[in-house]
Design a protein around this ligand. Structure first.
Ligand code: NI
Length: 169
C-alpha cells in the first residue's frame, strides 16, 4: 500500500471532471487500498480519486469511529434526495477550513463496488453528507464553492500563503 499526495485548493487539477471507472482490475483494487490508507492516515472520513489526481469516478468513505465501515463507490449516481441538513464541513484538500454547507438529509445512491458489482445505498446524516461532498469532487467541485465569493477568496489567500510558507521553510 502507499500513501498518496492530496491536491490542495486552489490547485486547478481539483477542477477536473472524472471519467467513469470501466476497468475493475488489480490496478483499481490497489488504488482503492491506497485511497483508504491515505484517508485514514490524514485522518479524514472521505476521499475522492480526484483529490489524488486520478480522474475516475471513484470515492471511498468511512464515517465510523473505529474505521470499520469502509465503503467504496465507483460510478455513483444519486437517484433520490430527501430533506435538507446543514453540517460544518471540512476537506482534506482545503486543510484547516470549516464551513456550514446545506445538503440533502437522505440520498439514495446507485454505485458499483471495487469488483464492479452494482448496489443501491440509502444514506442519511453524516454518511449522506460525506457521499455528496465526495461526489462533488468527482464533478470538479469543492465545498468552498458554496461559500460567498468573498469568503472563498479569503480561503484561497490563506491557503496560498500557507503553501508559500511551506515552500520557503
Ligand atoms: Ni473534500
Amino acid at each position: 500500500m502507499a500513501k498518496l499526495e492530496i491536491l490542495e485548493f486552489p490547485d486547478p487539477r481539483l477542477r477536473t471532471v472524472a471519467q467513469p471507472v470501466t476497468q475493475f482490475d488489480a490496478a483499481l483494487a490497489r488504488l482503492v487500498r491506497d485511497l483508504f490508507e491515505t484517508m485514514y492516515d490524514a485522518p479524514g472520513i472521505g476521499l475522492a480519486a480526484t483529490q489524488v489526481d486520478v480522474h475516475r469516478q471513484l470515492l471511498v468513505c468511512d464515517v465510523s469511529e473505529d474505521h470499520d465501515q469502509p465503503r467504496v463507490l465507483a460510478n455513483p449516481r444519486i437517484r433520490r434526495r430527501q430533506g435538507t441538513q446543514t453540517y460544518q464541513e471540512g476537506c482534506l484538500s482545503v486543510p484547516g477550513i470549516f464551513a456550514d454547507v446545506e445538503r440533502a438529509l437522505v440520498v439514495t445512491v446507485e454505485a458499483q463496488d471495487a469488483e464492479g458489482r452494482p448496489f443501491t445505498l440509502e444514506a442519511d446524516g453524516l454518511l449522506a453528507v460525506c457521499i455528496q461532498h465526495e461526489m462533488d469532487h468527482l464533478a470538479g467541485k469543492l465545498f468552498v464553492d458554496y461559500l460567498s465569493p468573498l469568503k472563498r477568496e479569503m480561503v484561497r489567500r490563506k491557503l496560498e500563503k500557507r503553501h508559500r510558507q511551506a515552500a520557503s521553510a
